[in-house]
Design a protein around this ligand. Structure first.
Ligand code: PEP
Ligand code: MG
Length: 588
């Protein structure tokens, strides 16, 4: 039995058989197969090599036609290597004698070959090292592409184990087949994690080298509350976890009762609890959990799940469906927040060079302002939807007032078009912004004069304030919403919102952390938008406290200078209010 600690993302516990998805990674773990699977691995190797040779021949011919004979020779050299019996027979032999996967045999033998080239005296040969590694990747892509296909053809439920999962992949998982997942990479608030949480299955990310320890078919436990993954559990552990699963099931049932109750503190202050969604169908969960509407609709997922760019009509239909499902409850549509870790498939943008620093690059509103037709298409759909129900529009990643003004000019231009075309829209639609960049938080008072609402995005605000990549497991211990610098910014935004009468809410994952609920109310927030499945838990805390206690807590926490002190204090307080609840997953 192996116990591996990762970062808890979505609560719940699952016990199941591991399905190991080998991504096109730089590192392929050592993995063995049974004698009965050796022939299958050999056949997979043959197929992968044949497919790679076919692809290389196509690339060679295209290069010869478009670029001349010299570049075409590079591909011919690759083809030659894949026909070289000393290399390929060796790989095949490794599968037979060492009983390793085709992936491992390929990557290990290619790595050794690359080392031999690297050690040569002749510069021309040394330069071949990169070719060898390139070829390695190509053959692995073929092998791993096949493993992706297997994921879409599952017949039995599995627990997915992968090096990393992209937001788009997470969005396309079939939750009836994938009952939980765990990854080597990723952070608590990386977008893949957010989508995974929306699937409502237990998820643990950032386990570093989990894929090295798991074999396909291994029994595995994923505990999404504590962030523990147990590979090949012993009987005692299994029994204990099976009991936990039953207990969690009954707590969930009890929490359902909170869905029908109001989110009101003991002394009568009503707190609005909205849901964050990526797809319209999640509105069902928002409503079933007693949510007051949608405070954040991450519309970029329309892009992430499709190979083609959504049309105005695609956008409109998604918004219309959401409005109809909400039956008069509000819908805040965030305009496209692409870039950073949300990379799109649509061919239009694929030719762009990858950015060196995507989180500081062309993302959020910046991407839209440089891709006006795409931005306008979405704004048109939002305006069309604005007459169907209470809709608000929100711009992401605003970092200067200039950006906000530019975005508003584009919106006004689209409104003008509507007038000219005689189309119906709500000219008084509420326009707001995400406060998720420190510059925006610091300038909240001046931004407040130009918007009707703020929504604090702590996921990004934490990463940009602390210079900690939200999706990087290696620095996950530094990523904390309890950091006093982050809390100071939150307080400042709430104060500015109050002074200028600008509705202020919070929609980062922190809003769904029960350890933070009292603090958020204590600093003055009255609207929280959170992952729908957390609404009952947060409601339960709200109904157990009064505002004075929350304000006292906020004052106390405000005097601390360490994130640890803050976190301990918040957890103690929740423990005190609800002894069976505190100490859960937390961005802290
Ligand atoms: C945030 O940054 O807190 C947020 C809600 O937006 P996203 O997670 O989509 O970046
Ligand atoms: Mg954000």
């Amino acid at each position: 039995m192996e116990v591996i600690k990762g970062i808890p993302v979505a609560p719940g516990v699952v016990v199941g058989r591991a399905f190991v998805l080998d991504e096109a990674v730089r590192y392929v773990p050592y993995r063995t197969v049974g004698q009965q699977d050796v022939a299958r691995e050999g056949a997979r190797l043959t197929q992968a090599i044949e497919a790679a040779i076919e692809e290389l021949a196509r690339d060679r011919d295209r290069a010869a036609a478009e670029l001349g004979p010299e570049p075409a020779n590079i591909f011919q050299f690759h083809i030659g290597l894949l026909h070289d019996p000393t290399l390929i027979d060796h790989i095949r032999q490794r599968i037979v004698t060492d009983k390793v996967t085709a992936e491992y045999a390929v990557s290990d033998e290619f790595r050794k070959l690359a080392q031999r080239f690297r050690a040569m005296d002749n510069e021309v040969f040394r330069q071949k090292t990169a070719d060898v590694l390139d070829l390695d990747r190509r053959v692995l892509d073929k092998l791993m592409g096949e493993s992706e296909d297997r994921l879409t053809q599952l017949t039995e439920p599995v627990v997915l184990v992968a090096h990393d999962v992209t937001p788009a992949r997470a969005a396309s998982l079939d939750r009836n087949k994938v009952t939980g997942f765990a990854t080597d990479a990723g952070g608590r608030t990386s977008h893949a994690s957010i989508v995974a949480a929306a699937l409502g299955i237990p998820v643990v990310v950032g386990c570093r080298r989990l894929t090295e320890h798991v074999e396909e078919g291994d029994q595995i436990i994923v505990d999404g509350k504590t962030g523990v993954v147990i590979v090949r559990p012993d009987e005692g552990t299994l029994k204990q976890y099976r009991q936990d699963i039953e207990r969690i099931g009954s707590i969930r049932l009890a929490l359902k009762d909170f869905a029908k109750l109001e989110a009101v503190t003991r002394n009568g202050t009503r707190i609005t609890l909205m849901g964050n969604i990526e797809f319209p169908h999640e509105i069902e969960t928002v409503l079933a959990n007693g949510g007051d509407g949608v405070g954040l609709y991450r519309t970029e997922f329309l892009y992430l799940t499709s190979d083609t760019e959504p049309t105005e009509e695609d956008h409109f239909q998604a918004y219309k469906q959401s409005i109809e499902m909400l039956k008069g409850k509000p819908l805040t549509i965030r305009t496209l927040d692409l870039g950073a870790d949300k990379q799109i498939h649509a061919a239009t943008f694929r030719s762009e060079e990858p950015e060196r620093n995507p989180f500081l690059g062309l993302c959020g509103i910046r991407f839209c302002l440089q891709n006006l037709p795409l931005f306008e298409r979405q704004l048109r759909a939002i305006l069309r939807a604005s007459v169907l129900g209470p809709v608000k529009v929100m711009f992401p990643l605003i970092s200067t007032s200039m950006e906000l003004r530019q975005a508003k000019i584009v919106l006004n231009d689209v409104m003008e078009e509507f007038r000219e075309e005689g189309l119906d829209f709500d000219p008084d639609i509420d326009v707001g912004i995400m406060i998720e960049v420190p510059s925006a938080a610091l300038m909240a008072s001046s931004l407040a004069r130009e918007v009707s609402f703020f929504s604090i995005g702590t996921n990004d605000l934490i990463q940009y304030t602390l210079a900690v990549d939200r999706s990087n497991e290696r620095v996950a211990n530094l990523y904390s919403g309890a950091n006093p610098a982050v809390l100071q910014l939150l307080r400042g935004v709430v104060r500015a919102g109050r002074r200028f009468d600008v509705e202020t809410s919070i929609c980062g994952e922190l809003a769904g952390e029960v350890d933070f609920t009292m603090l958020l109310i204590g600093i003055g927030l009255r609207i929280l938008s959170l992952v729908p499945s957390q609404i009952p838990d947060v409601k339960r805390v709200i109904r157990s406290v009064d505002i004075e206690r929350c304000e006292r807590l906020a004052r106390k926490v405000g005097s601390f200078d360490s994130e640890r002190q803050v976190l301990n204090c918040l957890r103690d307080e929740v423990q005190d209010v609800l002894p069976d609840m505190g100490g859960g997953r937390s961005a802290g």
